[in-house]
Design a protein around this ligand. Sequence first.
Ligand code: AMP
Length: 377
Amino acid sequence: MIAPGATLGMLGGGQLGRFFVLAAKEFGYRVMVLDPDPYSPAGQLADVHLCAAYEDAAALARIARECAAISTEFENIPAFVLQQLEAQVPVRPASRCVHIVQDRLREKTFLTGKGFPVAAFAPVYSPSDLTAAAAKTGFPALLKRAAFGYDGKGQVRVTEAAALASAFAELGCAPCVLEQQVDLAMELSVVLARGAHGEMASYPVTENLHRNGILHRSIAPARIDAELADRAESMTREVAQAIDYEGVLAVEFFLERDGRLLINEIAPRPHNSGHYTVDACAASQFEQQLRVMCDLPLGSTRLLTPAVMVNLLGDLWVDGEPDWEAVFATSEARLHLYGKREPRPGRKMGHYTVLGETVRAAETAARAVYGALTHTP
Ligand code: AMP
């Protein structure tokens, strides 16, 4: 067990890293964050911010020398960096797991190879692959870059064969996956922690509502029946076992209108849809990340109260700092801002969580706050 007082390394300094720093500091650990951005959300709060590129040899040597364990909050960390570090210090999750999910094709091939259901897909490496790929997926379909896509970026919706070539060109002719567009009834996710000895603890299934491909709000627990919740939780456990995962992961699901549950993607880290766990669960997803890193027993994932989390995107800052009065005036709402300096459209600047005695109460209050913030009914 790595005891409090030790220094822990975090690769990536975004908001996920920031919440990790807060959880680790509460337990009395020190944190060293590696992120090239001098104003990174986690770097601002860390004991040490190594402001350098993720491949920087001197920075990696220092983090390996001074940290008792290392984790990541950013799945696009080059897997070779993790691999290099894990030869010297415990790294959770392992480079092997991050490598699989960094690339949509590797991820889907892994999942289908293990028998997990995913939307029909086919790889596209060159324009000559497009017709055969579309024969597998049908239309409408989504052409997605295999690597470095997030929040709906790096993907184009295609409704007919004639539009395939231009979509591929729009994505820079990079390796892609063509994916059937699913007739969605709902989007769900499950966040789970798995320790080094195979022990697991999962949070309640969350219901996720997206706008323009970006998560808008998460509702916990999801408004689904117990049988479906069991299926999503079991599948998440099976995924974590199949990949022999150590750390916190999230599985994002598509629920089809016909009731089928498909895996959309796996995040090898705490997840935006698990932010409510900070305010509404016995132990947060970031505390679990810390516990797995330090070989502590897992904390309780018990939901203490229903909760709704709403993301705050940069668009809200068009006229300067938003008026937070509506959040502060709602006694069950908590504001979390990430300390980002540039509020660009679509950029996640913060979120708020609203607790309620029932999901309906939390949802009604969360929507009222959002209406007041955006001056919409
Ligand atoms: P992704 O980055 O692949 O998770 O996509 C972002 C969002 O786009 C998802 O959460 C869905 O709302 C939507 N989306 C992506 N792929 C599909 C699909 N195959 N069918 C339907 N909606 C999709």
